[in-house]
Design a protein around this ligand. Structure first.
Ligand code: 13P
Length: 253
C-alpha cells in the first residue's frame, strides 16, 4: 500500500482530443504540488496520446480505461498493453461495471486483462461491485468474491504491488446515491478478507467509487479501509476535481 491517497479520474466517454488536451493543460497548471495524493487520469483512448503528451513531466499520471489481454492480433476495437506503455500510460482500469454491463465482459476476461496489464508494467485498477438487486438480495459478498477470485488467483504474488482494487457499487455509479460509510467499510473489509484467503502478501489497496463528490469525499476518505477514490462525473469538472484533491491533501494518510 502506498503512503499516499490515490485519486483516479475516469473520464469515461467524455473529453475528446480537443477538450481533453485543454482540460489536461488546465490540470497541469493547477496541480503544482502534491504531498498526500497521487493524481491519475484515464481519458478515453482517442484522447490518450494528446493528454499523455500534455501531462508529460507533470505530477499527474495518465492511464487507460481498458486494455486487451494479448499483445497483437485480430481483436478489432481493442488496445494492447504495449500500445499504452508506448504512449506513456502507467495504468489501466479493468472490469469497470460499464464494461461488464454494456459489453458483456466476464470476470475471467477481466482477470486476463488485469494480468496482461501488470505483465506489461502497468498498474491495473480492477473494478468490482454489486448491482442494486444483488445488494437487496443479500448477495453482495458472494458477488464480490465471484468477481475477485479469478483476478486474485491469476495475479502472481510478486506482482501484487501493481494491483489496485476499486469497489464501485453499480447502483452508486453516476446516480448521486453514495454508499453509506458502513456499506463501504463492510465491503472493503470483506475484500481484504478475500485477499488474505488467497495468501497474497500485504494488504490490498482499495479505492471507493460511486458518486464521489466534494460534499461526501472527506468522510469517505477518512475511513481507514479506504485508500483513495475512483471518480467519474466529478473528475471532468475542474473546480470539483481540484476540490477533491484539496480534500485529499488535507486528510491524513
Ligand atoms: P461517478 O463518480 O460518476 O459516479 O462514476 C464512478 C465511476 O464509475 C468511476 O469509475
Amino acid at each position: 500500500m502506498s503512503s499516499k491517497h490515490l485519486l483516479v479520474g475516469n473520464w469515461k466517454m467524455n473529453l475528446g482530443p480537443k477538450q481533453g488536451s485543454s482540460y489536461a493543460r488546465q490540470l497541469r497548471e493547477s496541480i503544482t504540488a502534491l504531498s498526500r495524493t497521487d493524481v491519475w487520469v484515464a481519458p478515453p483512448f482517442a484522447s490518450l496520446p494528446i493528454v499523455a503528451s500534455e501531462l508529460k513531466g507533470s505530477l499527474i499520471n495518465v492511464g487507460a480505461q481498458n486494455v486487451h489481454w494479448t499483445e497483437s492480433g485480430a481483436f478489432t476495437g481493442e488496445t494492447a498493453p504495449s500500445f499504452l506503455t508506448e504512449l506513456g500510460a502507467t495504468f489501466s482500469l479493468t472490469g469497470h461495471s460499464e464494461r461488464r454491463t454494456y459489453f458483456g465482459e466476464t470476470s475471467e476476461q477481466v482477470a486476463q486483462r488485469t494480468v496482461a496489464a501488470i505483465n506489461a508494467g502497468l498498474t491495473a485498477i480492477a473494478c468490482i461491485g454489486e448491482t442494486e438487486a444483488e445488494r437487496s438480495a443479500g448477495t453482495t459478498e458472494k458477488i464480490l468474491e465471484t468477481q475477485l477470485n479469478p483476478i486474485l488467483s491469476s495475479v502472481a504474488k510478486e506482482s501484487v504491488a501493481k494491483l489496485v482494487l476499486a469497489y464501485e457499487p453499480v447502483w452508486a455509479i453516476g446516480t448521486g446515491k453514495v454508499a453509506s460509510l458502513d456499506d463501504i467499510r463492510g465491503a472493503h473489509q470483506f475484500i481484504q478478507k478475500v485477499w488474505s484467503a488467497h495468501n497474497l502478501p500485504g494488504t490490498a489497496t482499495i479505492l471507493y467509487g460511486g458518486s464521489v463528490n466534494p460534499t461526501n469525499f472527506a468522510e469517505i476518505l477518512a475511513l481507514k479501509e479506504v485508500h483513495g477514490a475512483l471518480v467519474g462525473g466529478a473528475s471532468i469538472k475542474l473546480d470539483q476535481w481540484m476540490e477533491l484533491i484539496r480534500i485529499s491533501e488535507a486528510t491524513a494518510v
